[in-house]
Design a protein around this ligand. Structure first.
Ligand code: G16
Length: 544
C-alpha cells in the first residue's frame, strides 16, 4: 500500500537509535530531547491511527513540562481533551521501541488489533512549548501525521491545556467553545469578568497578582490574554522567558519541591504570587508572611478553596449535587483530614498522574481533582451542568438561589475541564478570593499543612520499585516497606512513601511529620533505605 511505502521512506528520515528503549511515563514519553526525534514521528503515526479509530481529532503536545530545558516529551490528547486512553499507551510503547525494520509490522499490528479502516480520514492538532528542541520535534510529529495521509493543524506555541481545549472544542463542534486561542481567551475572560463584576469595591491591591511564568509558554500566553481581562486583574509578570532559562530556579515544581520563592520575583509581605510550570498545566500560590517567612499554597490548598466555594454555592442554590475531591499520596495529611472531617466531602486517593485523577473525578456530579504539585481542575457531569443551567434560567426562583446558580454557571465556563490549566485555575482562584472577600492569608489559614519534605534518589533502575495501594506502599524490593514502616514509627503524625518517577530518572521520596526537623530526618532516612535496598548510584543521600 502506498501509505506504508510513504511511512517507510519518511521514517528513514527519523531513524530510531538501535537498541534504545523508552518507557511511556506518567504523562507520555519524556527524556533528553536528542533521543526523541523517532518517537515524535511515530507518535504522529499513532495519533493518526487513533484519529481514524475514534473518527475524531486527536492532539499531540510537544513538551517536557517541568523538566529541564534539555529534555522534551510528548503528551497525547484523546477526543474529549483528556489524556489518551491507557490501552493505547501500550501501542505507543510498541511503536516507539520498534527497531527501524520492525516499524511497519508494529504499525500494522495496531491497525489489525483495533480493526482500523485506513480509508477513514484523520485529523491531528499539534502544539509545542518554548524549548529550543520543540520546533524540530513538532515537525517530526507533523511528518508522521502526513506520512499516513492525516490532516494536521499546527497551533505552534500553545500551553498544554490550550491544546487539550482546542481538541475538545473541535470534537464537540464548538459546543465547548471555539477551537482558537482567541476563542479560549474570550471564553475564560468573559466568565471571569461576569464572576467578579458584582464584587463591590475591589481595590487595585486586591486585583494585583505576581506571576512567575517559569520562563516558558505560560508567560507568553498570559501576556496575550491580559487585554481580554480589562484590568479586572493586574498582573506583574516575572520569569517571562526574555532572559532566564526554562524552569531554572523558578516555576511551580521548583517552588513546591524547594518550598521557596522563585528567583527573580520581587515580592513584598502579604502580596499574592503564583508560579506556572513549563507548559502551564500546573500552578501553585505563595506569599511572604511576617518576618519574611515563605508560605506555600499548593494543589491541596487550591482544591480546598475551590471545593469550599462550590459547596457553599450548591447550598445557596439548593442543588443536591454530590461533590468529591480526588488527591494522590502526596496530599498533605492535614488537607485530607480537613476535607473529610470538617468539610465532610468524599475524598478519593489515586495513583500519581492526571489520567488517574481525571478518571476518578468523573464518577461524581462534581469532581475536584488536584495533585499537591498544583495540577488539577474540576469536572462537572453533564447532569450537573444541566441542573445548574436550568436553575440559572429559572425566573421563578428566588434571588439568592438564582444568584448562586449564575455564579456556578460562570464558574463552569471559567474552568478548563479537559485538564489542569494554570491560567484557568489562576482566574478561578482569583475570582473565588474576590467573591468570598478573602485575603491570601485567610485562605492559607483554612488549615495548617503538616511539615513535609520531598527528595529524589538516583538508582540504577527505578523499575525495581513496585508499589500498591495508590502508591502508598511498596511491594518490591523486598524489605523496603518494612524499612519505611520502622522509620515512620519513630516520628509523630508521620507518613512516608516512595515511588519511581514517571517523568525523571529518579525515585521520589515523600515524608511528613509533626515538625520540619522530623519530616526532614524521616525523608533522609527513607532515602537511605531506598539507596541501600533499591540499588542507589552515586553518593549516598546526605542529611539535610
Ligand atoms: C506530569 C503529570 C503529573 C505528575 C507529574 C510528576 O506533570 O502530568 O500528573 O504529577 O508529571 O510525575 P512523576 O512524579 O511521575 O515524575 P507535568 O506537569 O510534568 O507534565
Amino acid at each position: 500500500m502506498a501509505q506504508f511505502e510513504e511511512v517507510s521512506q519518511k521514517s528513514a528520515v527519523h531513524p530510531k537509535p538501535v537498541g534504545l528503549v523508552l518507557q511511556y511515563g506518567t504523562a507520555g514519553f519524556r527524556t533528553n530531547s536528542k533521543q526523541l526525534d523517532h518517537v515524535m514521528f511515530r507518535m504522529g503515526l499513532l495519533a493518526t491511527l487513533r484519529s481514524k479509530k475514534t473518527k475524531a481529532t486527536i492532539g499531540v503536545m510537544v513538551t517536557a513540562s517541568h523538566n529541564p530545558e534539555e529534555d522534551n516529551g510528548v503528551k497525547l490528547v484523546d477526543p474529549m481533551g483528556e489524556m489518551v486512553t491507557p490501552a493505547w499507551e501500550v501501542y505507543a510503547t510498541q511503536l516507539a521501541n520498534a527497531e527501524q525494520e520492525e516499524l511497519l509490522t508494529a504499525l500494522k499490528d495496531v491497525i489489525e488489533r483495533e480493526a482500523i479502516s485506513m480509508a477513514q480520514e484523520a485529523s491531528v492538532f499539534v502544539g509545542k512549548d518554548t524549548r529550543p528542541s520543540s520546533d524540530s520535534l513538532s515537525q517530526a510529529v507533523l511528518d508522521g501525521v502526513h506520512a499516513l495521509g492525516g490532516h494536521s493543524k499546527d497551533y505552534g506555541l500553545v500551553t498544554t491545556p490550550q491544546l487539550h481545549y482546542m481538541v475538545c472544542c473541535q470534537n464537540t463542534q464548538g459546543r465547548y467553545g471555539e477551537a482558537t486561542v482567541k476563542g479560549y481567551y474570550r471564553k475564560l475572560s468573559q466568565a471571569f469578568i461576569q464572576l467578579t463584576k458584582n464584587v463591590p469595591n475591589r481595590t487595585d491591591d486586591q486585583k494585583a497578582l505576581l506571576v512567575d511564568g517559569a520562563n516558558g509558554i505560560g508567560a507568553l500566553k498570559v501576556c496575550e490574554m491580559e487585554t481580554y481581562l480589562k484590568n479586572e486583574l493586574q498582573l506583574s509578570l516575572f520569569n517571562d522567558g526574555s532572559s532566564g532559562k526554562l524552569n531554572h530556579l523558578c516555576g511551580a515544581d521548583y517552588v513546591k519541591v524547594q518550598q521557596r520563592a522563585p528567583k527573580g520575583v520581587e515580592m513584598t509581605a502579604g502580596e499574592r504570587c503564583c508560579s506556572y510550570d513549563g507548559d502551564a498545566d500546573r500552578i501553585v500560590y505563595y506569599y511572604s508572611g511576617s518576618a519574611g517567612r515563605f508560605h506555600l499554597l499548593d494543589g491541596d490548598k487550591i482544591a480546598t478553596l475551590i471545593s469550599t466555594y462550590l459547596k457553599e454555592l450548591l447550598t445557596q442554590a439548593g442543588l443536591d449535587l454530590q461533590i468529591a475531591v480526588v488527591q494522590t499520596a502526596y496530599a498533605n495529611g492535614s488537607s485530607t483530614q480537613y476535607l473529610e472531617d470538617t468539610m465532610k466531602v468524599i475524598v478519593r486517593c489515586t495513583k500519581t498522574g492526571v489520567k488517574h485523577l481525571h478518571h476518578a473525578a468523573q464518577e461524581f456530579d462534581i469532581g475536584v481533582y488536584f495533585e499537591a504539585n498544583g495540577h488539577g481542575t474540576v469536572l462537572f457531569s453533564k447532569a450537573a451542568e444541566e441542573k445548574i443551567q436550568k436553575l440559572a434560567q429559572d425566573s421563578n426562583t428566588n434571588d439568592e438561589r438564582r444568584r448562586a446558580a449564575l455564579l456556578l454557571q460562570n464558574t463552569v465556563n471559567l474552568i478548563n475541564q479537559t485538564v489542569g490549566d494554570a491560567i484557568s485555575d489562576m482566574l478561578l482562584i482569583e475570582a473565588v478570593l474576590a467573591i468570598r472577600g478573602m485575603t491570601v492569608q485567610q485562605w492559607d489559614a483554612i488549615y495548617t499543612d503538616l511539615p513535609n519534605r520531598q527528595l529524589k534518589v538516583k538508582v540504577a533502575d527505578r523499575r525495581v520499585i513496585d508499589t500498591t495501594d495508590a502508591e502508598r506502599r511498596t511491594v518490591s524490593p523486598a524489605g523496603l516497606q518494612e524499612a519505611i514502616d520502622s522509620r515512620v514509627n519513630k516520628y509523630r503524625r508521620a507518613r512516608s512513601f516512595v515511588r519511581p518517577s514517571g517523568t525523571e530518572d529518579v525515585v521520589r521520596v515523600y515524608a511528613e511529620a509533626d515538625t520540619q526537623e522530623s519530616a526532614d530526618a524521616l525523608a533522609h532516612e527513607v532515602s537511605l533505605a531506598v539507596y541501600r535496598l533499591a540499588g542507589g548510584v552515586g553518593e549516598e543521600p546526605k542529611s539535610l
